[in-house]
Design a protein around this ligand. Structure first.
Ligand code: ADP
Ligand code: ADP
Length: 217
């Protein structure tokens, strides 16, 4: 489903964030990306989502070369992808419900179906009953779950999560990983980055370890 073929990424300014990486992610796989801060984890996720482009090699998603695609085609790839990034902005001028509904409005969903999906996604992440609230009244953990609901509401085939357990205590981090596991169980392909590898051990999935833009053993 996702293939990196000798991918390199050099950022403007000359920093080599990824050096000649090749790997594949199978459909339905739950894969962890591990490595120190600055190792290149977010860069890999951004290349999959078409947010950044490789400076060498090819990134294929469902057989399509995302790295060489026209800008105008990127939204079609995104329909298939849910993104959970740390800097993902919650809109505080509208309700929890409207925040989660936004992707469906952009994709042109019918009203009844959109409503059903928003409520299902909020239920899934444990925010049922909070739809009318302004997100500013939610706790940090609830805001994070709001972001997860918004990322899955259009039922993407691929879910990319960048350090979703950063700064969380262990119990809560495990709750979040359990939630991701439930998406894995319905067939979603997940790529999750984290610098704390101890959390991943319990999940027994494939781990790609990065150091300075290259894989380690
Ligand atoms: P990680 O997610 O593992 O912390 P990143 O992929 O965010 O690592 O970053 C890898 C390296 O690339 C870091 O050294 C970072 O400073 C650099 N980098 C990331 N984004 C940019 C950018 N937009 N411009 C220049 N350098 C960047
Ligand atoms: P149904 O259409 O079967 O009623 P829902 O829309 O209630 O299903 O979704 C079931 C749960 O699984 C939702 O919380 C949804 O967010 C989650 N989910 C997310 N992505 C997917 C996916 N790609 N396939 C199936 N379920 C998904």
């Amino acid at each position: 489903m996702i293939q990196f073929q000798q991918v390199s990424k050099r950022y403007p300014g000359g920093f080599d964030a990824l050096k000649n990486l090749s790997f594949e992610i199978q459909t339905g796989e739950l894969l962890f990306l591990a490595g120190h801060s600055g190792a290149g984890k977010s860069t890999i996720l951004k290349l999959i989502a078409g947010i950044e482009r490789p400076t060498g090699g090819a990134v294929l998603v469902n057989g399509q070369n995302v790295g060489s695609m026209r800008r105008s085609s990127i939204p079609f790839i995104r329909r298939n992808i849910g993104l959970i990034f740390q800097d993902h902005k919650i809109l505080f001028d509208r309700s929890v419900y409207d925040n989660v509904r936004l992707p469906l409005d952009i994709l042109g969903f019918d009203g009844q179906e959109a409503r059903r999906r928003v409520l299902a996604a909020l239920d899934k992440v444990g925010l049922s009953g909070k739809e009318k609230l302004n997100p500013v009244t939610l706790s940090g953990g609830e805001q994070q779950r709001l972001c997860i609901a918004r990322a899955v509401v259009h039922r993407p085939a691929i879910l990319l999560a960048d350090e979703p357990t950063a700064n969380l205590d262990r119990d809560y981090a495990n709750d979040i990983l359990e939630l991701f596991r439930s998406f894995h169980q319905v067939g979603v392909t997940l790529v999750i980055s984290a610098h704390d590898e101890s959390l991943m051990a319990d999940y027994g999935r494939r781990i790609l370890r990065l150091k300075n833009g290259q894989f380690t053993a």
